[in-house]
Design a protein around this ligand. Structure first.
Ligand SMILES: Nc1ncnc2c1ncn2[C@@H]1O[C@H](COP(=O)(O)OP(=O)(O)O)[C@@H](O)[C@H]1O
Ligand SMILES: [Mg+2]
Length: 233
């Protein structure tokens, strides 16, 4: 039997039209790219789209970064409205929380993180979640623990009634073999290409389960309105 997937707006102008109207709900989406490609901006826009619709949203930063620090940069974008913080949007600084604990090994780190994330989700079940960037834990855990951590996180996420957007510092040459891609129902790659001394940004939807999406690189720009995508002609 053919059943339509429930979809939610991505919050990125131009993107909904490329993915049959929005992201499947619930699902796990990955936004990948190198540093400065626009992942945090993208993820913030995705949450604000939810906040404007009255959805409950959770923003996990894995960096040790206070909400004030993040807001200093984010307020420069037009989509940003501080009034949602502490109401529709809850900001959780995972980086600082784990720093304050004396963890013995990466196994313990993984356990504590999964507990912290899960308990926030259980406390106030969100429709949208961001974990930005999830790949930072690769440098804090041994390889096997990191893999198990991601698999456990992924199976936990399947029980949430939410669309979760994770971001990853992953380069185009390794995106197909990276574990963060396997655990995601959708993968969007952002490129910042050097074209004869000029930098151009592109977005490519590499995968989106259950979705007839555009293929190939599309144009991506960042400005005061945040991230916008355009079909590449
Ligand atoms: N108002 C703006 N106009 C143009 N570009 C901007 C603006 N604000 C941010 N940027 C670009 O976005 C980049 C930061 O994006 P960010 O989302 O933090 O990237 P990432 O999380 O992938 O490292 C900046 O380095 C800059 O190039
Ligand atoms: Mg970032």
């Amino acid at each position: 039997m053919y059943e339509d997937l429930v979809r939610i707006g991505t919050g990125i102008p131009g993107l909904d039209d490329m993915v049959e109207g929005g992201y499947p709900f619930p699902s796990t989406m990955l936004v990948a790219g190198g540093t400065g490609t626009g992942k945090t901006t993208f993820a913030t826009q995705f949450l604000f789209e939810g906040a404007r619709n009255g959805e409950q949203c959770l923003f996990f930063t894995t960096l040790s970064e206070s909400v004030h620090w993040m807001l200093r940069f984010a307020v420069r974008h037009t989509f940003m409205d501080k009034k949602y913080f502490g109401h529709e949007i809850k900001y959780v600084d995972l980086g600082s929380r784990i720093k304050s604990l004396r963890l013995k090994n990466s196994g313990e780190l993984s356990e504590v993180l999964l507990d912290m994330i899960e308990s926030e989700v259980v406390e106030a079940p969100p429709q949208r979640v961001v974990i930005d960037p999830v790949t930072i834990f690769e440098s804090m855990m041994d390889e096997q623990t990191y893999r198990t951590f991601l698999y456990d996180l992924s199976s936990g996420m399947k029980n949430w009634q939410s669309t979760t957007l994770i971001t990853g510092e992953v380069m185009p040459d390794s995106i197909y073999s990276d574990i963060v891609s396997y655990i995601s129902d959708g993968v969007m790659m952002i490129y910042n290409d050097d074209e004869g001394g000029k930098r151009r940004r592109y977005l490519e939807v590499l995968k989106m389960r259950g979705t007839a999406h555009t293929t190939g690189k599309q144009m991506l720009e960042i400005g005061t309105d945040g991230v916008t995508v355009y079909p590449y002609e």
